[in-house]
Design a protein around this ligand. Structure first.
Ligand SMILES: Nc1ncnc2c1ncn2[C@@H]1O[C@H](COP(=O)(O)OP(=O)(O)OP(=O)(O)O)[C@@H](O)[C@H]1O
Length: 507
């Protein structure tokens, strides 16, 4: 019997062979031949990058160039002195002209920094993990980011979509994108064909109350009709004025209790102060809470009703009749209300709209109120009548004609579903998370304008009781003190028998 071998055949080695880059397999002579080409390619790429940066930041590029030339020409001490002078100039700029320094220097540096540190390292990985890439014939295509603009509280990242890709794909992955880029939320804006901007939010510029501007001195010569289309009521999160249209629209402010609905109304009246004083605008109010809200400044109103009963319904019916009469008198002569048409612009403010149109216990009164309000909202825009309704519950069962309010403002809401009811389907996905507005920031709201795809986040002015007293003093002051006062030729006794009453009530 042959002697058994002491050796056992080894098991086949089952390790994955490392995949080496292609060039390690290439012969040495080929590499030597190709190396200069690669070096030239790299040099061209570097030149293009530097040229692009130089074109984008010509001043910074010129400064660096001067420093380098000085270093080479006269040595490092000269370059150091020049650098120190430059630093002093920058400090002086920051000290004396901070806004322009922030806009032209700080934002650019911050943008480049965040591009390098936050976005470049993880962009590819994030696109792949969020399934926003496409693979065709084994080749992976990834949407590219073109530009980063860091505003301090948000980064605006411009993205070029792949062919066949929709902004909706980014909207559905907004949460994942926000987490990937260390942001609180991510909103998607469409800025052009195949171009979107990701707003990656990591701060809130609206945490502090917004004080109202000083009341105009009444000497500015403004065009009232235009003003009624762009009434400032606060500040948007980008720092622009928050403007609302009164002429040709109706407003619905929806929010939970304490969300700051009233501040939208007071901010409007604040900005309309000169027109209230001159009598160009006549304000009516219904406050079913017994005057708790609008009763703070009754002098601003031509007529104010403090319940939701017969008096409120009668007021609504009178206004509905006025709308019809105006429409009949305008027929044939003019298409819509204008400053010189001889009648004032009418503003109806209904605090707690639901009390008037839904919670009214008398069925007949409720029907009359609904019918009158529907007439005003459906026919009142052209004849110069605007309704501002405040409501807590936006359901159709409560307000069946909410579609007749073209401008809808969502303040802090309780549930995501309410956001859809107020602002429309899909607007929440575009970032309008009104149900996430903090209780500590009353007056913050989301607004959806009909002519803009993206909703706007803004905060109304904080009008304190002291401000209201000043507003009342301003509006009730003797109008003849002021140089402006929209002296409307049409508002004579002949043209409008009530004209003096209007001035009398409002001024
Ligand atoms: N724009 C604002 N900025 C700062 N604070 C505000 C603003 N609006 C309201 N507030 C504050 O929030 C609180 C509630 O405001 P407000 O009564 O206007 O809310 P509301 O929505 O009208 O409430 P309700 O439905 O109970 O009448 C008040 O103390 C008010 O001072």
């Amino acid at each position: 019997m042959p002697e058994r071998s002491r050796w056992i055949d080894p098991a086949p080695l089952e390790v994955a062979r490392p995949r080496l880059p292609w060039w390690t397999h290439s012969p040495r002579w080929a590499l030597v031949l190709v190396a200069p080409l690669i070096a030239v390619g790299l040099a061209v790429w570097l030149t293009v990058v530097v040229a692009r940066k130089a074109a984008r930041y010509p001043l910074a590029f010129a400064v660096v160039l001067v420093l380098v030339v000085a270093w080479h020409g006269w040595g490092w001490p000269v370059a150091l002195i020049l650098g120190a002078i430059l630093a002093l100039v920058l400090v002086g700029w920051w000290w004396r002209f901070r806004p322009s320094f922030v806009r032209l220097v700080l934002v650019e540096i911050r943008s480049e920094w965040r591009r390098l540190i936050v976005y470049t390292p993880v962009w590819l990985r994030t696109m792949r993990f969020c399934h926003l890439e496409r693979t065709v014939n084994g080749k992976v295509h990834v949407p590219t980011f073109i530009r980063v603009r860091a505003d301090g509280w948000r980064d605006r990242v411009t993205v070029k979509l792949l062919h066949g890709q929709t902004p909706g794909e980014f909207e559905t992955r907004a949460e994942a994108l926000a987490h990937s880029f260390d942001a609180r939320t991510c909103r998607v804006r469409v800025v052009g064909p195949r171009r979107i901007v990701l707003d990656l939010i990591h701060g809130d510029p609206l945490t502090q109350p917004v004080p109202p501007p000083s009341l105009p001195d009444g000497t500015d010569d403004t065009t009232p009709t235009k003003d009624l289309e762009r009434v400032p009521v606060g500040t948007t999160e980008t720092g622009r004025p928050w403007l609302l249209r009164l002429f040709g629209s109706h407003l619905l402010a929806v929010g939970a209790t304490g969300a700051g609905k009233a501040s939208v109304v007071w901010s409007l009246l604040w900005s309309l102060a000169p027109m209230l004083r001159s009598g160009l605008i006549r304000v009516y109010g219904i406050d079913p809470k017994g005057g708790m809200e609008l009763g703070k400044a009754p002098e601003l109103f031509h007529r104010l009703v403090f319940d939701n009963g017969l008096a409120a319904v009668k007021l609504l019916e009178e206004l509905a009749t006025e709308v019809k009469q105006r429409a009949a008198s305008f027929r044939g002569s003019k298409r819509r209300w204008s400053v010189d048409c001889g009648v004032p612009f009418l503003l109806l403010v209904v605090d707690e709209l639901a009390d008037v149109v839904a919670y009214q216990t008398d069925r007949k009164l409720k029907e009359r109120a609904n019918s009158a309000l529907q007439t005003i909202t459906s026919q009142g825009r052209a004849p110069g009548v605007c309704v501002i309704g405040e409501i807590q519950d936006p359901r159709k069962e409560i307000l069946s004609f909410r579609h007749l309010f073209p401008t809808r403002i969502a303040l802090r809401l309780d549930e995501p579903g309410q956001v859809d009811m107020v602002l429309g389907d899909g607007v929440r996905e575009r970032g309008a998370v009104a149900h996430e507005i903090s209780e500590t920031t009353p007056g913050v709201a989301w607004v959806k304008y009909t002519d803009r795809r993206e909703p706007v986040r803004a905060r109304a002015f904080h009008i304190t009781d002291g401000d209201l007293d000043r507003l009342v003093d301003y509006v009730t002051a003797d109008a003849t003190d002021s140089a402006t006062v929209h002296e409307l030729p049409a508002r004579t006794v002949d043209a409008d028998p009530d004209a003096d009453d209007v001035v009398g009530e409002a001024a």
